[in-house]
Design a protein around this ligand. Sequence first.
Ligand SMILES: Nc1ncnc2c1ncn2[C@@H]1O[C@H](COP(=O)(O)OP(=O)(O)O)[C@@H](O)[C@H]1O
Ligand SMILES: [Mg+2]
Length: 306
Amino acid sequence: MALIKSNVGTSLELVASGKVRELYAIDSKSLLFVATDRISAYDVIMENGIPEKGVLLTLMTAHWFQYLQQQIPGLKTHFVSLSLPSSLPRDVAEQLKGRSMVVRKLKVFPLEAIVRGYITGSAWSSYKKTGEVNGKKMPEGLQESQEFPEPIYTPSTKAELGAHDENITTEQAEKVVGEKYAKQIEQLSLQVYKTARDYAREKGIIIADTKFEFGLDEETDEVVLIDEVLTPDSSRFWPKATYKVGQSQPSFDKQGLRDWLTENGLKGKDGVAMPDDVIEATRSKYLEAFKILTGKSLQESMQNLN
Ligand SMILES: Nc1ncnc2c1ncn2[C@@H]1O[C@H](COP(=O)(O)OP(=O)(O)O)[C@@H](O)[C@H]1O
Ligand SMILES: [Mg+2]
């Protein structure tokens, strides 16, 4: 059974909820960051969910935080722990186990820090029309799914629930968060992407593009990597084995769901329930990506939780 909405009774105070997650207060400095099994496509949430997806996203993010912190000395993340507060009633703890992360509560920068290593999706559409991506001229003659000579940073605004994010230029991003932070966010995003890209490529996955979010630790004035990172919800993952430039790629993410919505005229419509085969296909893609990237099955990783 998919968990569509967490149900914690009065044991925790809800502070925010997004398309996929519910954020609960733990104390003045920390939050319980809970991933449900909801899935969104084209910014709309489906009626039903993908069983265990929230656990998968949480454990994959934890895996990446650990790896990234080893590789990038000085990188700050919001991660505190995968352990639940001991005060939770047993049934609530059972429900939230594996899908929750204790994180530092931070001031979120209203930017989606998108990094693209390969040209696809909206970047490919825009390039075909104008030769530009996010207002910047790109090299001539790029083919669909081709790797950029260097990864590019293409920020977008972080829209409120129900609205759509908008691509902006790096200059506009500087206006939104201030020049100093904008530069740090760009530099960190590129560095984290490159580190993850190399790791994943070795394991057989191409991270075509991905989205990061950052927060500010107001006490130390540090820019901190937050939210989920490098999951199939926040990234495009392609199998390296079948990668071929000049065409679209099969992927480990929700592309199958997006295609099903488009083929059935349901793109962007509210109240859509996915049929079982779409749920199963999406779930198995996510599970496969998890295994390849973490080296463990989701089942094994869940067993390792205390
Ligand atoms: N450490 C943090 N402190 C405060 N807010 C956070 C932190 N990490 C992530 N968030 C916010 O929590 C929300 C995550 O919920 P999610 O369902 O993924 O939202 P969205 O619909 O915006 O993708 C996002 O709005 C994100 O900016
Ligand atoms: Mg999100």
